[in-house]
Design a protein around this ligand. Structure first.
Ligand SMILES: [Zn+2]
Ligand SMILES: [Zn+2]
Length: 136
């Protein structure tokens, strides 16, 4: 990929621009990611908050992850698109929803997280790592 990426939500009220390449890319198959986005899994590009600028107003929802940390999920208050999440264990790391990134053809997950919880019809690439938990 070229350096950085940008994107935004469905209605355009929230947009973001990141100046760095993601430090980690992953698909998550956990129940929480499924429910928060409505898809059978969620794809994330993890970036440090110092490298991304987000404009527009987001709402947030906090819940406990099963490892006991607090997940804060940020979404567009207008259209409801999930934008990014933060884990209290590593609060400066944002997991940006890849579905909102423009021209995300570079996306290549390095891992499938909570792979054991995936819906059986979801194909996963056997060549990449599968974790049964979220890396912290
Ligand atoms: Zn929106
Ligand atoms: Zn998840």
């Amino acid at each position: 990929m070229s350096e950085g990426f940008k994107g935004g939500c469905l209605c355009g009220a929230v947009s973001f621009e990141c100046s760095a390449e993601p430090m980690f890319q992953a698909n998550c198959h956990c129940d929480d990611c499924r429910k928060s986005g409505g898809g059978v899994y969620a794809s994330f590009a993890f970036v440090d908050e110092s490298t991304i600028s987000i404009s527009g107003e987001t709402g947030s929802y906090e819940h406990l992850s099963d490892s006991g940390s607090t997940m804060t999920r940020h979404f567009c208050k207008e259209c409801g698109s999930p934008v990014f999440h933060q884990n209290s264990r590593a609060p400066t790391r944002l997991g940006v929803r890849v579905g909102l990134i423009d021209a995300a053809g570079w996306f290549k997950p390095q891992a499938n997280v909570y792979a054991s919880r995936r819906i059986p019809s979801t194909p996963i690439d056997p060549e990449i790592k599968a974790f049964d938990k979220m890396r912290s």
